[in-house]
Design a protein around this ligand. Structure first.
Ligand code: NAG
Ligand code: NAG
Ligand code: NAG
Length: 248
């Protein structure tokens, strides 16, 4: 009689004590992921057609365990920047920087460095950053503005420089980053092999910027040619007058 009334209580006790053991593997997995949080500041240097983008990428509150996990992982981080038709990166210049070990980057898309903005297409550049270097890293990327179609009033043209996306890739084996982010296929390294990246959110410490490009002024053309012509005539008349008045 006594056993019968105690039995349900015992089973309940037993299941409560077993529950954590069965579900343990899930909780453990969550705590061992790498908690990555980044901030990025951006600064565009120089004026005119040739600029340089500087990004300062900083990891926010990474603890020691996260660091050693990250150091021992084969995770990669990259900045993906989509350049509109008014801006390009020079493939020759990037190859040279790669050769000198100053950058690790891949250009996705065809780049014609000669064409003006309205005859060009955008392309995408990926800049890769080693995972043991993520506490605070400066990434520099030289960019060039294209000539824009001359307009009647001249002045300056504007090009929007979009924000970069921050992508993280961790191989299937080994530590993963915490959280779920949108996935995308993109080039994995300088040789352009693809892998599946995660599009990680970051704290942007900058506003999206517009770059100004000098534009040729059609108004100037008639004026410039007339002045040149007049100066030419005046010069010839002056020389002729000198010759005709000179004593022979
Ligand atoms: C965690 O446990 C579930 C069942 O409880 C099992 O299907 C899964 O494979 C386990 N995961 C790992 C990483 O051991
Ligand atoms: C991770 O690597 C960086 C650079 O190699 C080093 O400065 C840092 O001390 C390492 N951190 C840990 C926890 O091993
Ligand atoms: C990554 O996510 C941001 C928003 O969080 C979005 O603006 C951006 O276009 C995404 N990038 C890619 C390559 O999907």
């Amino acid at each position: 009689m006594l056993i019968k009334s105690v039995l349900p209580f015992l089973t309940l006790l037993l299941s409560i004590s077993i529950y954590p053991i069965l579900c343990n593997n899930n909780t453990e997995e969550e705590t061992s992921c790498i908690n990555l949080k980044f901030s990025i500041s951006q600064n565009v240097e120089n004026e005119g057609f040739h600029r340089e983008i500087n990004w300062l990428i900083e990891s926010l509150d990474l603890d020691n365990e996260d660091w050693s996990n990250l150091n021992n992982s084969l995770c990669k981080v990259s900045l993906q920047l989509h350049l509109p038709s008014g801006i390009f990166v020079s493939p020759d210049q990037i190859s040279e920087l790669i050769r000198q070990g100053q950058i690790s980057a891949y250009i996705d898309g065809h780049v014609n460095v000669e064409t003006p903005a309205h005859e060009s297409e955008g392309h995408t550049v990926y800049v890769y950053i080693a995972s043991n270097n993520l506490e605070k890293v400066v990434v520099q990327l030289p960019i060039h503005l294209r000539y824009q179609r001359a307009v009647i009033s001249g002045g300056f043209g504007k090009v929007n420089l979009p924000r970069p996306s921050l992508l993280v890739y961790c191989p299937q084996v080994g530590p993963q980053i915490c959280g779920e982010f949108p996935k995308l296929h993109a080039p994995c390294d300088v040789s352009g092999n693809h892998c599946v990246w995660q599009n990680v959110t970051y704290q942007a410490l900058f506003d999206e910027v517009q770059l100004f490009v000098p534009i040729g002024d059609l108004d100037d053309y008639p004026l410039v040619s007339i002045v040149t012509l007049l100066l030419g005539c005046a010069g010839s008349i002056y020389i002729l007058s000198l010759l005709s008045t000179a004593p022979l």
